[in-house]
Design a protein around this ligand. Structure first.
Ligand code: DCT
Ligand code: MG
Length: 393
């Protein structure tokens, strides 16, 4: 066919299987060096990003530098690396040469240098040095303790504490969360499996439907995006009748506790009030979110604990939302973190709107835009709907 096609062209014979559109496109293809082989929209929320993509070695290198920047509280640099990694995750094929990246958004000089090194040598010296640095590893171990943030970890390092043993031997006072985090460190740093997430969903579902008939449990976070493992399990609880969700958290947490299922829990009455916290006029909507950070005790039968153990600890987040805010909470809690950040940036910069896990406010019209599904929120934002499995930016 190809032979017949080229011969026909050479002979000036009409080639009927190609329409004019196709011919025009073919004739406009430039040599590989001059053209940008890939095109990608600017914002991660305009792109489809699958869990599995074509450039893991490049995105891993950039993600490690992002992580290091986060651990050193350099937010600007962290976001720049995260955005660069996300662009690579969205490409339809493996990158083999930096020239293919010309014209792509979010790839700064620094990120391009890292990409060039990895393409050339299979690794990047800055990444390797970081990966083996004492500070990076100490920050990772210490912030890996539930309840410990970068500020605390940094203070401990300055006091000469670089690992768990040194922390245990020191006289450092720990709060209740940190003590639980240290007690269950090994378990909490083992990936939570999809099977664990399903067992916990069953437990929470059972508790909710027996205590609050009609109330709904939705698995969010990474598992909703199709991840097979996670660092925790995230749930949204709601009731189809506005206001009926009140009191749900206390009852569910008390029940879980009475069953011996909680190793730790802290519930915060996260009182979001549109009238007070919102960017616009007061509204009649006076709802609040409640959140519970918990550590579940999953027994054998509910999970596969480590050899010789009867149970394992798993981090679980429970969030209660009124039904009027459910779609916003669902969108906000599904992630990924970068996808969420990009949604908010898009809303603010491109649409003069303000998006949160509670609401969407249109600054031009000076009013809240209501939505009862994620699809409606994407429509309000002028974006094509991206399903959860493609929000893995
Ligand atoms: N989230 C966010 N911004 C944050 C923290 C969280 O937008 N600073 C949202 C996005 C994801 C969701 O909350 C749940 O958070 P995590 O559990 O930290 O993320 P995850 O994607 O579920 O990751 P993992 O699979 O490791 O639990
Ligand atoms: Mg999660």
């Amino acid at each position: 066919h190809v032979h017949w096609f080229t011969e026909s062209l050479r002979a000036g014979r009409p080639v009927e299987i190609l329409d004019r559109h196709t011919l025009t496109k073919t004739s406009q293809i430039k040599p590989a060096e001059e053209t940008c082989s890939f095109t990608v929209p600017n914002y991660a929320c305009q792109r489809r990003t699958q869990l599995h993509h074509h450039n893991p070695s490049l995105s891993d290198a950039l993600t490690l530098l992002a992580e290091n920047a986060e651990l050193n509280e350099d937010d600007g640099r962290a976001v720049a690396f995260r955005r660069a990694a996300a662009v690579l995750k969205a490409l339809p094929a493996e990158v083999t040469s930096v020239s293919q990246l010309k014209g792509l958004p979010c790839l700064g000089e620094h990120s391009l240098r890292v990409i060039k090194d990895v393409l050339k040598d299979g690794s990047c010296s800055e990444v390797e040095t970081t990966k083996h640095s004492q500070r990076f590893n100490a920050l990772k171990v210490l912030t890996g303790i539930f309840g410990v943030g970068v500020k605390t970890a940094d203070r401990w390092i300055r006091d000469g504490i670089f690992n768990l043993q040194q922390l245990r031997e020191s006289q450092t006072t720990l709060n209740r969360a940190q003590q639980a985090g240290l007690d269950h460190y090994e378990d909490l740093n083992q990936p939570v499996t999809r099977a664990d997430a399903d067992s916990i969903t069953e437990i929470v579902q059972e508790a909710v439907s027996s205590l609050f008939p009609g109330a709904q449990v939705t698995l969010t976070g990474g598992f909703r995006r199709g991840k097979m493992t996670g660092h925790d399990v995230d749930f949204l609880l709601t009731h189809p009748e506005e206001g009926r969700e009140e009191g749900l958290m206390d009852k569910v947490v008390s029940w879980l506790d009475s069953q011996g299922l909680l190793l730790y829990q802290k519930t915060s009455r996260n009182s979001y009030l549109e009238s007070r916290d919102g960017p616009g006029r007061p509204s009649s909507n006076m709802d609040r979110f409640e959140r519970c950070f918990a550590i579940f005790k999953l027994s054998r039968g509910q999970t596969s604990p480590p050899a010789g153990h009867q149970w394992r600890a798993v981090r679980v987040d429970l969030v209660v939302t009124p039904i009027s805010q459910f779609a916003f909470a669902l969108l906000g809690w599904t992630g990924s973190k970068l996808f969420e950040r990009e949604l908010r940036r898009w809303a603010g910069h491109e649409k003069a709107m303000s998006l949160s896990s509670h609401a969407l406010f249109d600054k031009t019209q000076k009013r809240y835009l209501r939505a009862s599904s994620e699809e409606e929120i994407f429509t309000h934002l002028g974006l094509s709907f991206i399903p959860p499995s493609q929000r893995n930016a």
